[in-house]
Design a protein. Structure first.
Length: 300
C-alpha cells in the first residue's frame, strides 16, 4: 500500500538541474513520446443543458504485460462531484490524439473509441488531497490494445523502473491543456499536445506542500495555463543535438501553483510497483482458486 513517505523516511532526490539544450522538434516529441499518450474525454451536459467535453491527460504503461491508462486520481473525483451538482453524464471516449503509426512513421488520424470508465476496473485508485497522493490506473483490455494497434505503445517496465540510473539533461511534462481544446464535431474533441520543460526546485509553495513524497519542479516555458495537463507524464531525457538518446517516465503531474509556476508530481515507480504487486497477488489467488476447483472435481 502507498505510504506518505519512503519506508526509510528519506525523500527521493530531485533530478539534477537541467541545462540549456537544443529544443526538441515537434516531430521528435511526437515520434518518441506522444506514442505513449492517450486522451480521455468525459462528455456531459452542464447545468444550462449545454453539451461540453472535459479532456483528461494520461499515458499508457505496461505492468506485468497488462496495459493501464494512468492519470491523476483527482480528476475522477472532480467528475463525480460535478455529477452530484447536476451535470449530466453523456459518455466516455478514449483518443490517441497525436499518435504516430510505428510501422509507417506517419501521423495517425485522430481516433476516438467509447470506453465504459464507470464499469472498467480502476486498479490502484488513490486520491488523498490532504496527503498529496494522486494516482489512478484504468485497465485497458485486449480490445483496446487491438483497437489502437501500432499507434499506441505502452511504456514498458524498463521505462518506469530505475529512473535514477539515467543522468538526464532535459525534463519534460506532456499533456493536453484545456486551453488548447479544439472542437471537430459534436461527438469528437481534440487538443494540441503540449510539452513544457521543467527544472527542479527546492522552493515549495504552501499550496502544494504535502506529507507525501512528491516531485516539485518549476516551469521553464512561458505557459499561461496548464489546466487539463493533470495526469500527464513527466519525462527525463538524455539528448544530443536535438535528438532523444534515452528517456524515462518518472512522475504524474498532479497540481500546480500558478503564481510561482511550480508543479507537483507523484512519483510513478512507487505507484507502478504497488500495481505490480496487486497483479501478482491477483494471479496467485486465481491460480489457487483453479487448483482448488480441480481438486474438488477430482473427488466427485
Amino acid at each position: 500500500m502507498l505510504q506518505p513517505n519512503n519506508p526509510s523516511g528519506e525523500h527521493k532526490e530531485q533530478h539534477p538541474e537541467t541545462h540549456d539544450y537544443i529544443p526538441l522538434s515537434e516531430q521528435t516529441i511526437i515520434s518518441t513520446l506522444a506514442r505513449h499518450m492517450l486522451l480521455l474525454q468525459w462528455r456531459y451536459f452542464d447545468l444550462t443543458g449545454q453539451f461540453d467535453i472535459m479532456t483528461i491527460s494520461g499515458f499508457v504503461i505496461s505492468v506485468h504485460e497488462h496495459w493501464f491508462f494512468v492519470t491523476a486520481g483527482h480528476v475522477f473525483d472532480e467528475i463525480e462531484q460535478a455529477k452530484k451538482q447536476g451535470y449530466k453524464h453523456h459518455g466516455w471516449e478514449i483518443v490517441d490524439n497525436l499518435a504516430q503509426d510505428t510501422e509507417t512513421g506517419k501521423k495517425a488520424i485522430l481516433q476516438a473509441c467509447p470506453i465504459d470508465i464507470d464499469n472498467t476496473p480502476k486498479l490502484c485508485y488513490f486520491n488523498d488531497p490532504d496527503d498529496g497522493i494522486d494516482y489512478a490506473a484504468v485497465y485497458l483490455s485486449p480490445f483496446y490494445r487491438n483497437y489502437f494497434g501500432q499507434r499506441v505503445v505502452p511504456l514498458e517496465e524498463n521505462r518506469w523502473r530505475h529512473a535514477e540510473e539515467l543522468l538526464p539533461d532535459v525534463a519534460l511534462m506532456l499533456g493536453f491543456p484545456a486551453s488548447a481544446k479544439q472542437q471537430f464535431s459534436l461527438e469528437l474533441t481534440g487538443t494540441m499536445l503540449t510539452s513544457v520543460s521543467l527544472r527542479p526546485t527546492q522552493t515549495i509553495p504552501e499550496s502544494l506542500r504535502k506529507p507525501f513524497n512528491r516531485l516539485y519542479a518549476k516551469l521553464n516555458d512561458d505557459v499561461l495555463n496548464i489546466k487539463g495537463m493533470s495526469g500527464g507524464p513527466i519525462f527525463v531525457l538524455k539528448t544530443n543535438n536535438g535528438e532523444i538518446l534515452d528517456y524515462q517516465v518518472i512522475a504524474i503531474q498532479s497540481g500546480w501553483d500558478k503564481e510561482t509556476r511550480v508543479i507537483a508530481g507523484c512519483w510513478l515507480d512507487l505507484f507502478a510497483n504497488d500495481l505490480y504487486d496487486r497483479i501478482i497477488q491477483s494471479e496467485q489467488e486465481w491460480e489457487t482458486q483453479k487448483k482448488n476447483e480441480i481438486a474438488l472435481d477430482s473427488t466427485v
